[in-house]
Design a protein around this ligand. Structure first.
Ligand code: SAM
Length: 302
């Protein structure tokens, strides 16, 4: 079993602790890439999976999984990540192409390769923040395949539980210009106070016209779905006990917080996007995805 210690762990990279979750999402994106009805293509994802000892033997295609799509982890859960990738790709691209923002901040970027694979308008800067070891692994792999970003890219090794605003502005971020922010698969790993602080910082650094998307879990008791096939398959097949990595504290009402600060918010279930795209996970009994919400927020231009 991989190290599943929580945030206080000394494990900094992708080999265990919280960092290994970045590999899980990368593996799901690799699988999504090779599906004939793929929702998102990420050619970099499999390079990360193959390069890291914990994941080197994980499947990269559903054909490599004995029970294929019926496998809760590499079928339904991987498809969830594929759908999430697509929806948030669309959000980011729409925000820069139509909304006009030229700064993008990926909070808890992990092995997100959007800087390398999406078509960004001229003048775009992508800031990626994650823990040092995760970003070091990412760079080793990307350098090894001579990947070239499609926009200016600034990587900022950072513990997002602390105060990161000064590091971002020191790196060239301009709080007076509109920004697109993304916290994909991050907030439920942070203590509640760190989430509140992060949302406060995003608001403080956001000029009018900025946009934010993030993912949360609504359930009051995380253990409610502890026996769900997604959690048990992830633990039993690849040794990642997500429930031990999630923060167990009651979550703050970040959407309500933003609404009180001049942001309009829209809180969506993933299943709505499954219907929109004609593929993706649908609700089921004892569902670890039941409380998942994708929140989209826009700060009023004035
Ligand atoms: N957003 C990426 C994606 O969707 O592919 C990565 C998601 S992964 C599930 C969670 C990421 O959050 C990991 O890369 C982890 O290192 C990062 N993370 C968790 N806690 C963090 C913290 N306190 N500071 C910085 N990054 C953190």
């Amino acid at each position: 079993m991989v190290d599943t210690a929580h945030q206080n762990t000394a494990v900094e990279g992708v080999e265990g602790g919280i960092g290994v979750t970045a590999l899980l999402v990368a593996a799901a994106r690799a699988i999504e890439t090779h599906r004939p009805d793929s929702l998102a293509r990420d050619p970099y994802a499999e390079h990360f999976v193959l390069a890291a000892p914990p994941s080197a033997k994980w499947p990269l295609r559903t054909e490599h999984v004995p029970d294929g799509d019926a496998n809760p982890l590499w079928g339904r859960f991987a498809r969830y990540f594929g759908l999430r990738t697509r929806v948030l790709d669309d959000f980011l691209l729409q925000s820069v192409h139509t909304g006009g923002a030229r700064q993008v901040v990926l909070l808890g970027a992990g092995l997100d390769s959007r800087a390398f694979r999406l078509d960004w308008p001229a003048g775009c800067v992508i800031f990626e923040m994650d823990r040092e070891g995760v970003l070091a692994f990412k760079h080793k792999v990307l350098d090894g395949i001579q990947a070239t970003p499609k926009a200016a890219r600034v990587a900022l090794p950072m513990d997002l539980r602390g105060d990161w605003a000064a590091a971002l502005t020191d790196a060239g971020f301009d709080p007076a210009a509109p920004t697109v922010w993304l916290a994909e698969g991050l907030l439920f790993y942070l203590p509640a106070a760190a989430e509140t602080c992060l949302i406060d910082t995003v608001d403080r650094l956001s000029a009018g016209g900025s946009a934010l998307a993030y993912e949360v879990k609504l359930e009051k008791d995380l253990l409610e779905y502890r026996d769900s096939p997604l959690y048990t398959a992830t633990r039993d097949q690849i040794g990642i006990d997500l429930l031990s990595l999630f923060d167990g504290e009651p979550r703050p009402d970040s959407a309500g917080d933003l609404a009180s600060r001049n942001w309009t918010t829209s809180i969506r279930t993933p299943f709505e996007f499954t219907h929109r795209h004609g593929r993706g996970p649908l609700p089921e009994q004892n569902d670890a995805l039941a409380g998942n919400r994708w929140v989209f927020a826009n700060k009023s231009p004035s």
